[in-house]
Design a protein around this ligand. Structure first.
Ligand code: OFO
Length: 171
């Protein structure tokens, strides 16, 4: 059974994951309508992944005898200065999510809820992956600078990263 403090903190994280999904959806839409189809594909996929992070938390809270609830969300930013601005904001958002996951892990161990601590390990590893992926994209954008050809190729690469996973081959 979850204690109330941990349950409330998990519900806050559910809200943050939902907010992440909406923020990336808004970014994807901006990219799609501003000539960056690859970045749009990448961000739509990322938005779906955040929704999966949210759902995984909801099941966990309910499975532990708590009640996962949804909260109202602020309007996501819908306007960006450039593709680089989009990804700088993705990184900023991910750093915020990482801090939140770490605080949640700290609370769970303080409350001696080692099951939740174990469950959160997956999110801790996921944040490492996400931060490193976005840092890599930003490194390339910084190298490309204002070079339109460079940005065009980065957009193509993002399309590949955003492509649905290939179906497993029949054996
Ligand atoms: Fe849920 O990992 Fe990004 O925010």
């Amino acid at each position: 059974m979850l204690n109330k403090k941990v349950e409330e903190a998990l519900n806050e994280q559910i809200k943050l994951e939902e907010e992440s999904s909406r923020v990336y959806m808004a970014m994807a839409s901006w990219c799609e309508s501003n000539g960056f189809p690859g970045a749009a594909q990448f961000l739509y996929k990322h938005s779906d992944e955040e929704r999966m992070h949210q759902t995984k938390l909801i099941h966990y809270v309910n499975d532990r005898g708590g009640h996962a609830v949804l909260n109202s969300l602020a309007e996501p930013g819908n306007v960006y200065k450039s593709l680089k601005d989009v990804f700088e904001q993705v990184l900023h958002h991910e750093l915020h999510v990482t801090a939140s996951i770490n605080a949640l892990y700290h609370l769970a161990t303080q409350e001696k809820d080692y099951t939740t601590g174990q469950f959160l390990q997956w999110y801790i590893m996921e944040q490492i992956e996400e931060e490193s992926l976005v840092n890599g994209i930003l490194d390339k954008m910084n190298l490309a600078g204002d070079n339109k050809g460079g940005i065009f190729f980065i957009d193509k690469e993002l399309a590949a990263l955003g492509a649905p996973a290939a179906a497993p081959k029949a054996t």
